[in-house]
Design a protein. Structure first.
Length: 204
């Protein structure tokens, strides 16, 4: 005769499915470490659980909610930020590995190339070109585009870069280059043509 209890019932169930311990529930130093980093120009020293991602640190501890949690698997690009000038998926980076790093989120883009708090040129171009609809992916698209411009200026090629171009010279950002370099950032609303137009306006 079957037990009236469900398939997941029984001794030890609560223990098996208990949530991860919070830092305050564990002995000091057992699961957490202090991380010192700069975010959008401001210095932060934060005690974090070793399992905390950079994305969760930004959103939950520093209240920087511009970076979005889309897939949480590094596949959609909504959480893209700049780490020491290079774009990265913050959902895949453990916060403890960011010690000493310089992080820029969408909230800090105006500081990188804006005048007196004005918008970054890409932010302005996205507005002018209506390069978004729901806006959920836009912070990641913007950070990725800023990183892409820096990479191309430094001569980093992509799979569509003309192999005959001058080595170590700036990569000319054609529409194909822009699409390829931003292919890791998904827009479920399909605003891709306007995104390409916005980037082209900035590099023109």
């Amino acid at each position: 005769m079957e037990s009236s209890e469900g398939p997941h019932s029984g001794p030890g169930t609560a223990e098996r499915y208990a949530p991860w311990p919070r830092p305050e529930d564990s002995p000091a130093g057992a699961t957490g470490s202090q991380v010192s980093l700069r975010v959008n120009g401001a210095a932060h020293a934060v005690e974090v659980d070793h399992r905390t991602t950079l994305l969760d640190l930004l959103r939950e501890r520093l209240a920087l909610t511009g970076s979005k949690k889309g897939c949480d698997h590094g596949q959609c690009g909504a959480c893209t930020v700049l780490v020491d000038g290079r774009r990265a998926n913050s959902c895949l980076l453990l916060a403890i590995t960011m010690d000493g790093c310089d992080i820029v989120t969408v909230e800090g883009l105006a500081r990188t190339d804006g005048a007196d708090g004005d918008l970054h040129p890409l932010q302005r171009a996205f507005l002018d070109r209506d390069a978004f609809q729901c806006g959920y992916c836009t912070p990641g698209q913007l950070c990725s585009a800023v990183g892409m411009l820096s990479e191309a200026k430094s001569g980093h090629p992509s799979v569509v870069t003309d192999p005959g171009q001058t080595p170590d010279g700036p990569v000319r950002l054609t529409d194909d280059e822009i699409r390829e370099r931003l292919s890791g950032n998904l827009c479920r609303c399909g605003a891709y043509p306007h995104i390409v137009d916005a980037v082209r306006d900035v590099i023109a």
